[in-house]
Design a protein around this ligand. Structure first.
Ligand code: ATP
Length: 199
């Protein structure tokens, strides 16, 4: 699996559509201070489902939409897409190429898409779970992350090892199943109450 292409439009400093082709090997993004290098990484983290505006160096989520500059007007929507090659089938979808997109409108409305089909945020999380690519995956090492890893509490370090070992998805599925069981228990209690009332 290989991140092949990144498309950004209306996200932070990228008012116009920008397409970055990432060939195999090392790609370096260079530029003066404040030119938008970190915004590229923020865009990747955002399309992978980041929900914390603070993690994206903002205060509220719509801070990521291009807010205008001296020469350009503000924009109403941010859109970021990533395209991965999937010939080895690492991602659990039967496509040689997988494209994910996230959109956010100033109205607050947002959309996620997998291969141009509308999906839930949950589908994006599940697609990348245990691949190391998710928003919490270790494919993105932000500034200060190494220090953070070295000073993690034992439980946090365990989470880190679990993500690397690929067992996070089983923990996630267990939590989902437990939630369903709790819902079912509540439904049973309600049904019992109704039956008692009817007797
Ligand atoms: P450094 O080398 O200092 O870390 P950088 O190249 O990583 O800088 P970024 O932090 O990615 O730069 O980009 C900062 C720029 O992005 C600032 O000029 C800021 O005004 C611009 N920016 C951030 N959010 C928005 C937004 N919503 N609309 C327009 N511009 C934005």
């Amino acid at each position: 699996m290989h991140l092949k292409q990144l498309e950004i439009q209306g996200f932070k400093s990228f008012a116009e559509k920008v397409t970055l082709e990432l060939t195999k090997g090392i790609t370096a993004v260079v530029g003066p201070n404040g030119s938008g290098k970190s915004n590229v990484v923020d865009a990747i983290r955002w399309v992978l489902g980041e929900q914390s505006a603070k993690s994206l160096r903002g205060i509220k989520m719509d801070d990521i939409i291009f807010a205008g500059s001296t020469t350009k007007k503000a924009i109403g929507m941010a859109e970021v897409s990533l395209t991965f090659t999937n010939v080895e089938g690492t991602l659990p979808l039967d496509f040689n190429e997988i494209n994910i997109t996230r959109r956010l409108f100033r109205s607050g409305e947002s959309e996620y898409l997998i291969n141009k089909a509308s999906c839930r945020l949950k589908d994006i999380y599940e697609l990348f779970m245990d691949t190391g690519i998710g928003k919490e995956g270790f494919s993105i090492i932000g500034q200060g992350k190494i220090d953070e890893v070295l000073s993690l509490k034992p439980e946090d370090r365990r989470n880190l090892i679990e993500e690397s070992a690929g067992i996070v998805k089983y923990r996630y599925r267990k939590t989902e199943a437990q939630k369903k069981l709790e819902d079912t228990d509540q439904t049973l209690i309600r049904v019992n109450d109704i039956m008692l009332e009817l007797k």
